[in-house]
Design a protein around this ligand. Structure first.
Ligand SMILES: Cc1ncc(COP(=O)(O)O)c(C=O)c1O
Length: 367
């Protein structure tokens, strides 16, 4: 039985019930969270701020919006703060009421789940395995033509690859031409070094139908607090804000967002350099184990296990040993041997590799 009973990784409670270990005994490679943990001092500052929960959060999210606008050099009116990037996706669907939503498989399962929850029909195109599961740009254009709103992961989960800036421009232009909203999910883009980051943020004002969505939960390691934001044309942002439940973003999350943005370049640089280095080490070692690893640019890797292995078998064998990985067998377009693993620090990655070796070369776990 798979661990992803709620459709996602990071479910320590299910793992604990399944494998008989306490939640804190697992090393979790099934959710893609910054291994450095939250920025230095964040938890202490939040602790000191705890008494503030006796009051309401700012319903206008003004402090965080001002900081984001400044740090991203973008007008305040373009921002919508959400209770996680997931809420921003829901707000886009609620506000823009697409009858048809287009997605590119394999992708983050919430694009489909949320679209269905809000009554949209979901249509899809398949990424092509030969080009690391990107879809052909003309296929994406056709999807945009045939949809009212399209989700594009940049970098995409679970394969971790980006579309080029030229492809993104082509998609955003197609959005304008066909009256389709193009929602680019940049939840993991902060993990990519600046020069390699492909984002239309600097050209946002050229594309009235473009919406960028970012998460603060992964890079700043605060998934339990929930915090994300959307950046779009001010009119679209206003429509989205109009659909938001007042106070849906709590006071501690808003404060954490401001503190994270002030954390500075040192933490950002350390994170990006750790991830880039460790991802390549991990890739090399996984290849030596007989796996095929796609060339993801984010803080996770899509991995095809050696023949005779299954994602379910590996997940269970590792889980019993206190290591959690994400099965990708249920992603349309992927197969029974595909898993996704987060890139963590050297020590944790070594434990993953060591445990995988025990499983692959030991007697148990294989199928
Ligand atoms: C591609 C992608 N986008 C968005 C999210 C949601 O992020 P948040 O925790 O900010 O809601 C996730 C979470 O796993 C994700 O994988």
């Amino acid at each position: 039985m798979i661990l992803e009973v709620y459709g996602h990784g990071g479910d320590l409670r299910t793992a604990s019930a399944r494998y008989g270990l306490a939640p804190e005994q697992f090393i979790d490679f099934s959710a893609n969270i910054n291994p450095l943990g939250p920025p230095p001092g964040l938890l202490e500052k939040l602790g000191e701020a705890l008494p503030l929960v006796a009051g309401y959060p700012d319903p206008g999210h003004r402090g965080l919006i001002a900081r984001l606008a400044q740090s991203l050099d973008t007008d305040e009116a373009c921002f919508v703060i959400g209770n996680g990037a997931a809420e921003n996706m829901a707000l886009a669907l609620l506000a823009l009421k697409p009858a048809k939503v287009g997605i590119i498989e394999p992708c983050f399962s919430e694009y489909r789940t949320l679209s269905r929850q809000f009554g949209a029909e979901v249509i899809s195109v398949m990424g092509e395995e030969e080009v690391d599961f990107r879809a052909a740009p003309e296929e994406v254009e056709r999807l945009i033509l045939n949809s009212d709103l399209v989700f594009i992961g940049q970098p995409n989960n679970p394969n971790g690859v980006q579309y080029s800036l030229n492809d993104l421009r082509r998609f955003a232009e197609a959005g304008d031409r066909y009256g389709t909203y193009v929602v680019v999910d940049e939840a993991f883009i902060d993990f990519i070094p600046g020069p390699q980051r492909q984002s239309l943020l600097a050209e946002l004002n050229r594309y009235p139908r473009l919406i960028l969505i970012r998460s603060m939960t992964k890079f700043y390691a605060i998934p339990g607090l929930r915090l994300g934001y959307a950046i779009s044309h001010p009119k679209t942002a206003a429509l989205m804000r109009d659909k938001q439940v007042t106070w849906s973003v709590n006071l501690l999350a808003l404060l954490a967002g401001e503190i994270c943005l002030a954390a500075g370049q040192e933490y950002e640089r350390a994170t990006i350099s750790l991830i880039s280095r460790q991802r390549e080490v991990l890739r090399g070692e996984l290849d030596r184990l007989g796996c095929y690893t796609w060339p993801g640019e984010a803080n996770f890797l899509l991995v095809r296990l050696p023949e005779l292995w299954s994602a379910a078998g590996m997940q269970e064998a590792l889980g019993e040993r206190g290591v959690l990985v994400r099965s990708c067998a249920m992603y349309p377009g992927l197969g029974e041997r595909d898993i996704r693993i987060a890139v963590k620090d050297e020590h944790a990655n070594a434990r993953l590799l060591e445990t995988m070796k025990q499983v692959v070369f030991g007697k148990d776990g294989g199928e």
